[in-house]
Design a protein around this ligand. Structure first.
Ligand code: PHE
Length: 523
């Protein structure tokens, strides 16, 4: 029965179904304020937003809809902050680094910052809908990608193993072991006979066990080279499974190899990405803010005044000053730390003590998409314990000629070590280490562009990384205004490191300001 049939059959109207809560309303605007104030309360009120990243632009966009007069001060010559797509022509000079210019071929790119949208980040998706940003699948999980344990011992180390081989063998053996203990009545205390039968059925299916409840390999782990089934006389040539002992000693139980993509909430399918690069989102927001963003205007001073805020920024090397009723500060905390201000001690301590992750990526352009042509890898991620940590294959432009893959994506110590290298050294390292997984690297390599977020001007960090103590000590202050200064950005949420965090923080701030002005009338 379709929805329409149901509506017809019950003669219920769309409106009444909506009212009964039986239907989701059609998606409207990204912001539905639980209107505290009147639509007109914002009229003519001046707000200065610091930072034209997603948090800052969403704040200005939504406040603008409510009639506020917003100006966004942006230090860079571009909008988007950490939502940044690197393509031919992109330039950047890291703190203490040498200038880099990207020379990728037209149409090729990688997302240097935000790169995937989980299906449950509905606010991000709603913005894409409202702004008309087309999406495509981001393939995070790819069983055809590789694991590579470098420097280990035993038959599974220092060679590439398909994720599907490892996963299916491990599923097979663990299912077999549990089935064995069930068959031996080891769990009869906990489970009824019927439950045991059902669990056995599950395990047979989960591990692809044979009728004797043994794991003897499966075509789920793939076929031998040239062994794929087809029109030939045999049904395909399956490879033997790895031995359980070899698997257990493979080194793949190190956290870096964890099967996170399959399981953790943020990386479960389906993930998405904007067609043409993640910066389609900030570009679309920027279009909604024509004339309201002041570029190349780094903020140097933030002062609370009797009736609002006073902000000093640099323009063409000279200090300029603006005043407003409110300020929404979206500067990343490592930037807020360096700002001259009369902000409260709790805010200053948050800026000083909330740690930010060190993280980096490199985009490698290759003359040929050998990972597709030779290895049958279309998107997804290979994992290794080398400094490169991960290789991301592009989820777009399949079967094209050239391609750009992400040659490393690393965090913490690895990112720090790699970030400290020169751009040339990073490239060399990425090629050497990645070349162990893909011997095609040296012959096919074109050029690269690398970045370390902890060294990127106006960020100086990847994203806020709270633990329990820093959450308790510093986070609450960021949710409250300090006088007429409000704070937004991923660091002011429990969705740190995600665009949805930036956007939801903007909404919280807009609601707070709008509720506040509704409660008093401006003199
Ligand atoms: N959002 C970032 C990413 O997708 C960082 C992150 C990684 C956050 C993994 C949570 C889990 O890479």
């Amino acid at each position: 029965m379709t929805r329409r049939d149901f509506i017809n059959a019950t003669s219920a109207s769309y409106a009444s179904l909506l009212a009964w809560g039986l239907l989701q309303p059609a998606p409207a605007n990204a912001l539905d304020l639980p209107v505290n104030g009147k639509q007109t309360d914002g009229k003519g009120r001046k707000v200065i937003v610091l930072g034209a990243g997603l948090a800052g632009m969403a704040t200005a966009y939504q406040l603008g809809k409510l009639g506020y007069d917003c100006t966004v001060l942006e230090a860079r010559s571009r909008a988007g902050g950490r939502v940044w797509t690197v393509r031919g022509g992109t330039k950047e000079t890291e703190l203490g680094g040498t200038p880099q210019a990207c020379s990728f071929e037209n149409g090729l790119y990688f997302n240097g910052g935000a790169a995937r949208i989980p299906h449950h980040h509905q606010l991000t998706l709603q913005y894409c809908r409202e702004l008309g940003v087309p999406l495509e699948i981001f393939n995070g999980n790819n069983e055809a990608a590789y694991l590579f344990n470098d420097g280990g011992t035993g038959p599974m180390a220092n060679r590439r193993i398909r994720i599907k081989e490892y996963h299916n063998d491990m599923r097979g053996y663990t299912a077999e072991l549990l089935a064995k203990s069930l068959d031996q009545h080891a769990l009869d205390q906990e489970l009824t006979k019927e439950d045991v039968e059902k669990l056995i059925d599950f395990l047979k299916n989960e591990g692809d066990l044979n009728t004797a409840h043994l794991y003897k390999g499966t075509n789920r782990r793939g076929y031998k080279t040239k062994g794929e089934p087809g029109a030939g006389p045999t049904p395909g040539d399956m490879a033997d499974p790895f031995g359980l002992t070899d698997l257990l000693r493979s080194g793949f139980m190190q956290p870096v190899f964890y099967n996170v993509g399959d399981y953790i909430y943020e990386q479960q399918t389906t993930l998405m990405q904007p067609v043409g690069g993640m910066d389609a989102i900030p570009r679309a927001l920027e279009k909604k803010l024509t004339g309201k963003i002041l570029f190349n205007a780094p903020v140097t001073e933030l002062r609370k005044t009797d009736n609002g805020v006073r902000i000093v920024y640099q323009k063409d090397g000279k200090p300029q000053e603006v005043t407003a009723e409110f300020c929404v500060c979206t500067l990343p905390l490592p930037m807020l730390k360096n700002l001259e201000s009369d902000l409260s001690g709790t805010i200053k301590r948050a800026a000083d003590f909330v740690p930010y992750i060190k993280t980096g990526k490199i985009g490698l352009q290759f003359k040929r998409r050998f990972w597709e042509e030779d290895d049958w890898i279309y998107g997804g991620i290979s994992r290794t314990n080398m400094d490169i940590n991960q290789i991301w294959y592009p989820s777009f432009g399949f079967q094209g000629r050239k391609g750009v893959l992400i040659g490393y994506y690393n965090f913490y110590g690895r990112a720090e070590a790699v970030g400290a290298m020169s751009v040339a050294e990073r490239e060399k390292m990425a090629l050497e280490q990645g070349g162990k997984i893909h011997p095609q690297y040296p012959a096919e390599f074109d050029n690269s562009f690398s970045l370390a977020w902890h060294r990127i001007p106006y960020n100086a960090g990847g994203w806020a990384t709270y633990d329990e103590a820093t959450r308790r000590k510093y986070y609450p202050a960021l949710l409250e205004p300090d006088g007429n200064v409000y704070f937004a950005g991923e660091h002011t949420t429990y969705l740190t490191a995600w665009m949805a965090g930036a956007l939801t923080s903007a909404h919280r701030t807009v609601e707070a300001i709008h509720a506040r002005v509704g409660a008093y009338t401006k003199k």
